[in-house]
Design a protein around this ligand. Structure first.
Ligand SMILES: *Cc1c(COP(=O)(O)O)cnc(C)c1O
Length: 397
């Protein structure tokens, strides 16, 4: 069962489909914001399993909640209900503060599949037959969510898709207005585009989307799979915009590393599905629900939204203050940032950061993503800022 990093990478390559390539590091364990690789080398984890590891690694509250629940009742299926799922749905509704209903899934793409099926059903009974989504938007890899995903390189080879999706440039409210008519069933949007490179829209864009949807009767689906659960310093990014969507999808940070997704329907959208319309054997399983409850409890108890704002600002301002020809700037909010490069050398920056003991993510050729655990402290953030000029210099070649 043991193996050093290099031999694990060779065995990975031989045993797995090549869809991920071979990842550069074999991780063995973690604690807080630190992870150790199979050779015992320590790194500061500044990507958190893609904005997932909200509480950091091996957080005592998460360990306790998951261990207790797996030893009590690990699975029921949806033939039976259980208290952790009821508590989680109630907790989400409390944080959202508006009348709504919840469906629980296992992942982001499944949360969006639920939203899409809901929107198809909503649209059919009203003669609304097409969908609008944003260019470069990301909504997942299963066929429904992929059909809404606006990145040609991952979408086109699997089309054509059975639903009519019309793409608009992200951030352009006029283009959105022109695309959404009384025949449109739903608009799927990220409040800030994540996989596209942590790209916030111009101020007021999400509010404009709300107004356009309300005026035409199309559902506004906010894909907050990456942006929610404290990532931007708010429980949900849409709360900072002062708008309420019709449908909200969640996943990544919600379970703190355990797989869980949610699709929330507000008002009328909460009762579009009738009995038998949708389901998932594992969705809302007790262990994932216990994990999510622990995540939400710790964020509240430890004031992590404030930590996200404080340490996020420190990181963002610290990156912006670095003067280096390879660095153009920084975008994003809270603990969800992209260092923007002047040249397409993000792979080199990721490799140089790894060499210096920091895990970051080469998200786009010119964008390096940081999405560390919400518990990261100022000293940890400073250690990265201190190392950044040297990392950029090494990557500059
Ligand atoms: C990650 C992500 C998804 C897909 O989530 P999976 O759990 O990988 O299926 C969907 N939408 C957004 C905005 C995401 O960031």
């Amino acid at each position: 069962m043991s193996g050093d990093g290099q031999s694990l990478r060779e065995r990975f390559e031989a045993a797995f489909m090549p869809n991920y390539g071979v990842p550069p590091v074999a991780l063995a364990r973690g604690e807080g914001c630190s992870v150790w690789d199979a050779d015992g080398r320590r790194y500061l984890d500044l990507i958190g399993g893609i904005a997932v590891t909200s509480l950091g690694h091996a957080h005592p509250a998460l360990v306790e909640a998951v261990s207790r629940q797996v030893a009590t009742l690990a699975h029921t299926s949806n033939l039976f209900l259980h208290e952790p799922e009821v508590l989680l749905a109630e907790r989400l509704l409390g944080l959202l503060g508006a009348p709504a209903r919840v469906f629980l899934a296992n992942s982001g793409t499944e949360a969006n599949e639920a939203a899409l099926k809901l929107a198809i059903k909503y649209g059919r009974s009203r003669g609304r037959h097409y969908f609008v989504a944003a260019e470069m938007g990301f909504h997942g890899r299963t066929l429904g969510a992929l059909s809404l995903t606006g990145k040609p390189s991952i979408r086109d080879q699997f089309g054509p898709f059975p639903i009519d999706v019309r793409f608009v440039p992200y951030g352009d409210a006029d283009a959105l207005k022109n695309a959404v008519t009384d025949d449109c069933a739903a608009v799927f949007l990220e409040p800030t585009q994540g996989e596209a490179g942590v790209v916030p829209p111009p101020d007021g864009y999400f509010r404009a989307a709300r107004e356009i949807c309300s005026a035409t009767g199309a559902l506004l689906v906010a894909d907050e799979i990456q942006s929610a659960i404290g990532r931007t310093g708010h429980w949900f990014a849409h709360q900072a915009e002062g708008v309420v969507p019709d449908v909200l999808t969640l996943a990544k940070g919600l379970g703190g590393g355990m797989p869980v997704g949610a699709c929330v329907g507000f008002g009328e959208a909460g009762t579009v599905f009738a009995k038998g319309d949708h389901g998932s054997t594992f969705g809302g399983n007790p262990v994932s629900c216990a994990a999510a409850l622990a995540v939400l409890d710790v964020i509240e108890r430890d004031g992590l939204l404030d930590n996200v704002k404080t340490v996020g600002a420190l990181l963002s301002e610290g990156i912006a203050a670095v003067r280096h020809p390879l660095l153009r700037g920084v975008r994003g909010r809270g603990l969800w940032l992209a260092a923007v490069l002047a040249e397409p050398r993000s792979a080199e920056v990721q490799a140089a950061a790894q060499e210096a003991g920091f895990l970051v993510n080469a998200l786009q050729p010119d964008a390096v993503r940081l999405a560390p655990p919400l518990v990261i402290d100022e000293a940890e953030a400073r250690s990265f800022l201190d190392a950044l000029p040297g990392i950029l210099e090494a990557a500059h070649g």
